[in-house]
Design a binder for this molecule. Structure first.
Ligand code: ZN
Length: 250
């Protein structure tokens, strides 16, 4: 198979505006995520794009040559233009993978792809999170133990307003008692979509080895297999002559 082509998209605002976040992620959250992909897929071609670059760092050529797009956003979902959200949606239907992380549950591309509000409950209280691996044979779970803990994370709780996942791979438990469907997959068109919950910007979550492995595994699993542009629906010639094609059936 050809080398995996990954584009990591990040809002890249918290890192520049808040010292605590910039200290945790000196190369940006996108830098940490790109490093996680490269660590586990040394031959991968990893590019990054950020919100306030022209066209949010995206281009038609970039999407066409991206096998999987990783998306992190939080405070500026509204700044993403509808036109680019639509292009990302179309790219997924045509075969590009989409890996959506943490607060990007409210991003325009994710909401368009899934078609629901994607709301959830949340609390910032430095809580412990336990992530339970409930599909250990799934490729995204390769190298991941039955359970691992993040010492501090933001809590996300049910109900998570998404369509029933095609696959539910991890469940989270939080110190406050809530639970959450933390790692889910869907298929849309011929594209694969992954949502993975952890990654609040004030914690070093994307430096955690299991989190990094899951992000990298998700990129490999969701990668483009084919490119299909079904929106064109071209006419197809008949293989055999069609008798009396305009005659009504009786
Ligand atoms: Zn958060």
């Amino acid at each position: 198979m050809e080398p995996l082509r990954v584009t990591v998209w990040n809002e890249y605002l918290h890192e520049l505006e808040h010292d605590v976040v910039g200290t945790i992620y000196p190369d940006g959250i996108h830098g940490a995520l790109a490093g996680a992909v490269a660590e586990h897929h040394p031959t991968a071609e990893v590019r990054t794009a950020t919100l306030r670059a022209p066209d949010h760092g995206l281009s038609d050529e970039l999407l066409a040559t991206t096998d999987v797009l990783v998306w992190w956003g939080h405070k500026a979902h509204a700044e993403v233009s509808d036109a680019w959200a639509e292009k990302v949606h179309h790219a997924v239907l045509a075969g590009m993978g989409l890996v959506v992380l943490h607060s990007a549950h409210f991003s325009k591309p994710f909401k368009r792809v899934l078609g629901t509000h994607c709301s959830l409950t949340w609390r910032e209280a430095d809580e412990k999170e336990r992530l339970w691996n409930i599909q250990p044979a799934h490729p995204i779970m390769a190298g991941i133990p039955d359970m691992f803990e993040l010492a501090q994370e933001e809590m996300y709780g049910e109900r998570f307003d998404v369509p029933e996942p095609d696959e539910l791979l991890m469940l989270s438990w939080f110190q406050g008692g809530e639970v959450f469907r933390s790692l889910c997959t869907w298929r849309r068109g011929v594209g694969r979509v992954v949502y993975f919950r952890p990654g609040h910007e004030t914690y070093p979550t994307y430096h955690h080895p299991h989190v990094r492995r899951i992000v990298a595994n998700a990129c490999e699993w969701a990668r483009r297999r084919v490119t299909v542009d079904a929106s064109k629906s071209p006419p197809v010639a008949a293989h055999e002559p069609v008798p009396n094609p305009t005659k009504e059936h009786v």
